[in-house]
Design a protein around this ligand. Structure first.
Ligand code: SAM
Length: 317
């Protein structure tokens, strides 16, 4: 079964195609069958969800019908809607995504909220001179130098770009080890018109790049690192495992706490004296990191996401 059948009883109008697609997604057990049907059918005929509802009686031409049939069928086989559409919304903006880059998740918006709150608390730097090498060819003006930041594992750039757009005083370095991801992040920065003085990009290992680009540390260290244990994939949806990049999902060495632990252990080198780090966590990581922090006498905060899951680790210099 592919979803939208051809033949004499085939749906003709946008409303009929939508209804058929939604029913098909329900039989496939998708979490949001109605919304995904609206997005994909709308995409096939060049309409957003609202536009689609205004044109439910509109007949689809054969090209639109073929496109809708193809998208719905591929979704039914597990391809993520965001890859089929080519974008995902994050913090109210549209980010291009494609195979090779993680699809931004709504829970990651918490990290941006917290970064904004911290930035508001940071005193403007009295001594300017914290120019982050490699961010731009031009030294920043004093206004622009106030908050140095980096995003380790930027993927689509959703964190780095959003923070750079929301906070005019940030000078952000977006880092990813994967060149394909970084290429998409650069496209997103261009499309979303991030001022070049606020955001730069570097390909490489997060620790190495930060050590080189910001030897005195950064004021805001942001990261949603890979935190899934490769030996414990039971709670991960098949679609995710099959389609999203493994380097974005799985922690190194089968150790889900690898990034959070190392970032915490190396905090004095990575952060300026006033600096704060925000690291996204998997659903079961917090208790282990709380114990680690206690054992090492590190003060941390854990923030919960909207589902009450301890999602965000915060610590200072
Ligand atoms: C979980 S994804 C996060 C993507 C994006 N920041 C987001 O929140 O949607 C993790 C990212 O870390 C990158 N990555 C993995 N190992 C890395 C390393 N050693 N240094 C820098 N980036 C790394 C992956 O390529 C991937 O893009």
């Amino acid at each position: 079964m592919t979803g939208i059948q051809a033949g004499p009883s085939a749906p003709r109008t946008a409303g009929e195609v939508l209804a058929r697609s939604r029913e098909f997604f329900e039989t496939r057990g998708l979490e949001s069958p109605r919304m995904e049907a609206e997005l994909l059918v709308g995409h096939a005929i060049g309409l957003d969800r609202l536009g689609l509802y205004l044109e439910l009686d509109r007949p689809l031409d054969s090209k639109e019908m073929d496109t809708a049939r193809d998208l719905v069928s591929r979704r039914g086989k597990g391809e993520p809607t965001a890859y089929l559409l080519g974008y995902r919304e994050f913090y109210g903006r549209r980010f291009e995504v494609g195979p090779g880059v993680l699809i931004p998740r709504p829970e990651t918006e918490l990290l941006v909220d917290r970064a904004r709150a911290i930035a508001e608390e940071l005193e403007p730097q009295k001594v300017v001179g914290a120019f982050v090498a490699g961010v731009s060819d031009q030294p920043a003006t004093p206004e622009e130098r106030r908050i140095t930041a980096c995003d380790i594992g930027t993927g689509s750039g959703c964190i780095a770009i959003t923070v750079a757009l929301e906070l005019a005083l940030v000078r952000m370095l977006a880092i990813d080890i994967c060149p394909d991801a970084l290429a998409i992040a650069k496209v997103n920065a261009e499309t979303l018109e991030v001022p070049k003085s606020r955001l730069g990009f570097k390909c490489g290992d997060g620790f190495e790049v930060v050590a080189k680009a910001a030897p005195k540390g950064v004021d805001l260290l942001l990261s949603n690192p890979p935190y899934i244990d490769i030996d414990d994939q039971t709670h991960i949806a098949g679609d995710v495992l099959e389609h999203e990049p493994r380097r974005a999902l799985f922690s190194p060495k089968g150790d889900p706490d690898y990034w959070a632990r190392l970032l915490m252990e190396r905090r004095a080198r990575l952060l300026t004296p006033r600096g704060r780090a925000l690291v996204e966590l998997g659903f079961d990581q917090a208790p282990r990191l709380e114990k680690l922090a206690r054992d090492h006498g590190v003060e941390i905060q854990i923030h919960e996401d909207l589902n009450g899951i301890p999602r965000l680790l915060e610590f200072g210099h």
